[in-house]
Design a protein around this ligand. Sequence first.
Ligand code: CP3
Length: 350
Amino acid sequence: MDRPAGPMTFERPAFLRALSGETLPTPPVWLMRQAGRYLPEYRELRAKAGSFLSLCYNPGLAAEVTLQPIRRFGFDAAILFSDILVVPQALGQKLWFAEGEGPRLEPVASKERLSEIDNLADDRKLSPIIETVQRVRSALPCETGFIGFCGAPWTVATYMVAGRGTPDQGPARALFAADPSLFQAIIDRIVVASIRYLNAQIAAGVDAVQIFDSWAGVLSPEDFQRWCIAPTKRIVDGVRAEHPQARIIGFPRGAGRLIPDYVRGTGVDAVGLETEIDRAFVRAQVQTLVPVQGHLDPNILRAGGPELEREAEAILAAFGDAPFVFNLGHGILPDTPIAHVERLLKAVRG
Ligand code: CP3
């Protein structure tokens, strides 16, 4: 199911041009969590599927949900609808979503529990998600980029160890302090599974992959090197070895002034920016290395009004004259009005 490749019909998506280092007059734009609860058409299919996970594992519905924000807003990239926690589930860890409370897993924090978890992910468990990729690819306009993703080993491990989201990732930090070799063994399994999973997504049709390290910000520089940079580099190398053309975006949220180390140490093609980061620092120390993506505050998008336009313009002024992808600094909030997304697109695209 290749896209037309002749010079008359094929234009490389703006999203991929920006990720490859081109400065575009209007930056491409997409939003993290763009398929989600702020859209009535998402809520409808989510209700039809019965639960979030059954939506993720239903290729027909998951493909439809992936395409919904593209149809409504014409974003420059689609992101596969799934979750980072399907990888621990494929490794044999029980996963469920407590309604209104977020993810729950049976915690892995001992050698005994780790030995009950598989060494290799069961590819059959992830095959519905790969089928979603194929379906989206065949339905996606050729000017739209397509992003696959996984969680970074550190962030995924925080959920595997605690069994849930935690405010400070305390259980995972306690485990790597008490038993670094056990923690390393958990990280190693996530690394191997993530390489296979991302390569399968790329083979099925995504152009780029994003590695979400949502909890990168809580680690000391030494721990950041060991638990974020080193495992992410292994994933980057494992994907490049099979798919050198695929673009890889790292998103070490909260890494702040460690971002240049992350970019150099992992070899990612582009990096996501959290809301809190200093723009002058990014301009001088990060955007000189790789294209950047981000970093509008999701709260400002939700609030709307003239502040939204002001912020969008300030971000364009800061990053728009070098390779840049417009996005949020974290996922869109579920109570964001649709009209605010439309206003943002006007502000970015003119
Ligand atoms: O961006 C997209 O539109 C693609 C889909 C996507 C989801 N989760 C869908 C989702 C992506 C890329 C993720 C990544 C993810 N999942 C991360 C990393 C990024 C981040 O947000 O920090 C993390 C930490 C998770 C784990 C996870 N999944 C949590 C903590 C939660 C509960 C919080 C919440 O927002 O409800 C989820 C659930 C989830 N993942 C939803 C969606 C659309 C909401 C589920 C629902 O419909 O009820």
